[in-house]
Write a protein that binds this ligand. Structure first.
Ligand code: FAD
Ligand code: NAI
Length: 463
């Protein structure tokens, strides 16, 4: 038996590392177990951060080739140095993972290197050593969901991890799944010159968006050259000398057809990752979808063991994991940690970006809530015109009668930043009129948010 801790967190992703830091700030003796060579989990190493680095670099390349001329900036001979692009991405990742290491040292969080296994309440083994602790937080995250008949080798048939590392621009990239990963990484390789075909099982893209927003988003992506095959399922992907041959058929049955690709990206969702953790032996229960079961205070079925982030119910998002990490740390320190699940934003970092918070219109219809929609297009926003990015709009839903904001969807330039105002508004129970009466600087994209709020009452000013 080695050191005793107040808290051992297993996994150093945004859920785990934030939990460890917050608990240490509150005076707990904390260790965080991580088996990867670097801290930061999926998000910092192979998720949010490298994907955003490549999205930025590929957008710059695309702008230099196709966007600058409209501004009178004439550049010739724009060339891609993919190796440099990857090197920059690695630098960005390293700055972030090293940053977490620094924060651990600063807050006196002990990094236990190796695979953690739960031996029971209060007992964790890491690399052959057993540690005692008052509480355990499981934050082991998620992994790509496999598809029968599509064997991932991370070379030709890749998950997001391989798609972030391709050493050449594929001639034809086929993406399976029109969700967040497929559209973000599909956009990266499209901008760098690949032909990109996205195959989606449903009759629409991004099932978490309102259907009208999803359709408009698809049209914008099609203008950028992405091709979509909706209502189709891939039944087989076979690597050949030349690339990969895919067999697909209509989702509702029908004749199969084949398609060839250089690279196939499998992105049909993610599932919890709990390999080697000893859940069953420790008696930790799971829910109907295999996620670690917890109550609303993150407690599993075993007293003293908790779970946060991608391993438990809810959206698989870094900031949701972080907020749960803070909440459980505060609860363990005797405070009133809490997450408002009605106000968790979600952003797709394509160009334009797509950002949402709260209820979708489709959800409001389904649960019979009476609501009013206010919409304002970026074509009528002066700053969007000045920037030269007028695709998209702000769409707000407020409750009929009370005018309380219930949800927002933004498709447009910098939607991910703009959504923050609406997250704040929903968090504080604001009405559309509250947002409409706030002074917004001119000329900014944020004026479109105000105009959409004015539109709820039918009196937008600039349309
Ligand atoms: P993770 O980040 O998955 O971390 C879990 C960690 O636990 C890993 O480092 C793993 O090695 C470690 N671990 C597992 N088992 C053990 C064990 N037994 N012992 C020791 N260590 C263990 N979300 C966003 O909000 N915004 C984005 O832009 C975004 N982009 C993404 C892009 C991609 C390509 C992917 C794949 C995901 C993206 N996500 C994004 C999702 C985000 O990465 C996850 O929601 C987030 O990382 C979940 O955090 P977590 O702490 O629950 O787990
Ligand atoms: P996803 O759930 O976003 O999308 C998966 C898509 O695949 C859906 O449209 C689904 O209908 C489709 N699909 C499922 N089975 C299929 C099949 N057999 N054939 C064809 N299509 C099929 O999953 P994705 O893109 O893999 O991302 C996983 C998660 O990672 C996201 O849900 C999100 O939580 C997180 N993420 C978040 C990002 C962000 O916040 N910007 C970026 C990337 C990932």
């Amino acid at each position: 038996m080695s050191d005793a801790f107040d808290l051992i967190v297993i996994g150093s992703g945004p859920g785990g590392y934030v939990c460890a830091i917050r608990a240490a700030q509150l005076g707990l003796r904390v260790a965080c177990v991580e088996k990867r060579e670097t801290l930061g989990g999926t998000c910092l190493n192979i998720g949010c951060i490298p994907s955003k680095a490549l999205l930025q670099s590929s957008e710059n390349f695309n702008e230099a080739r196709h966007g600058f001329a409209a501004h009178g900036v004439m550049v010739e001979g724009v060339k891609l140095d993919l190796e440099r692009m990857h090197a920059r991405k690695r630098e960005v990742v390293q700055a972030n993972t090293k940053g977490v290491e620094f924060l651990f040292r600063k807050n006196k969080v002990t990094w236990l290197r190796g695979e953690g296994r739960i031996l029971g309440a209060g007992r964790v083994s890491v690399a052959g050593t057993e540690y005692e602790t008052k509480a355990i937080v499981i934050a082991t995250g998620s992994e790509s969901t496999p598809l029968p008949g599509v064997a991932v080798d991370e070379k030709r048939i890749v998950t997001s991890t391989g798609a972030l590392e391709l050493s050449e621009v594929p001639k034809h990239l086929v993406v399976i799944g029109a969700g967040v990963i497929g559209l973000e990484l599909g956009s990266v390789w499209r901008r760098l010159g690949a032909e990109v075909t996205v195959i989606e099982f449903l009759d629409r893209i991004v099932p978490t968006l309102d259907l009208d927003v999803a359709k408009d988003f698809q049209r914008i992506l099609e203008k950028q050259g992405l091709k979509f095959r909706l209502g189709a399922k891939v039944t087989k992907a076979e690597p050949t000398d030349a690339g990969v041959t895919l067999t697909m058929e209509p989702a509702r049955g029908g004749e199969a057809e084949t398609l060839t690709a250089d690279i196939v990206l499998l992105s049909i969702g993610r599932r919890v990752y709990v390999d080697g953790l000893g859940l069953e032996e420790a008696g930790i229960g799971r829910d109907e979808r295999g996620r670690v079961w917890t109550d609303e205070h993150y407690a599993t079925t075993v007293p003293g063991i908790y779970a946060i982030g991608d391993v438990r119910v809810g959206p698989m998002l870094a900031h949701k994991a972080e907020d749960e990490g803070i909440a459980i740390a505060e609860l363990l320190a005797g405070q009133a940690g809490h997450v408002n699940y009605e106000a968790i934003p979600s952003v797709i970092y394509t160009w334009p970006e797509v950002a949402t918070v709260g209820k979708t219109e489709d959800e409001l219809k389904a649960d019979g809530t009476e609501y009013v929609v206010g919409k304002f297009p970026f074509t009528a926003n002066a700053r969007a015109r000045a920037i030269g990015n007028t695709d998209g709009y702000v769409k707000l839903m407020s409750e009929k009668g009370s005018d309380r904001l219930l949800g927002a969807q933004i498709i447009g330039p910098d939607a991910g930043t703009l959504i923050a105002e609406l997250v704040t508004a929903i968090e504080f129970g604001a009405s559309a009129e509250d947002v409409a009466r706030i002074c917004h600087a001119h000329p900014t994209l944020s004026e479109a948010v105000r105009e959409a709020a004015l539109a709820v009452e039918g009196h937008a000013l600039h349309i």
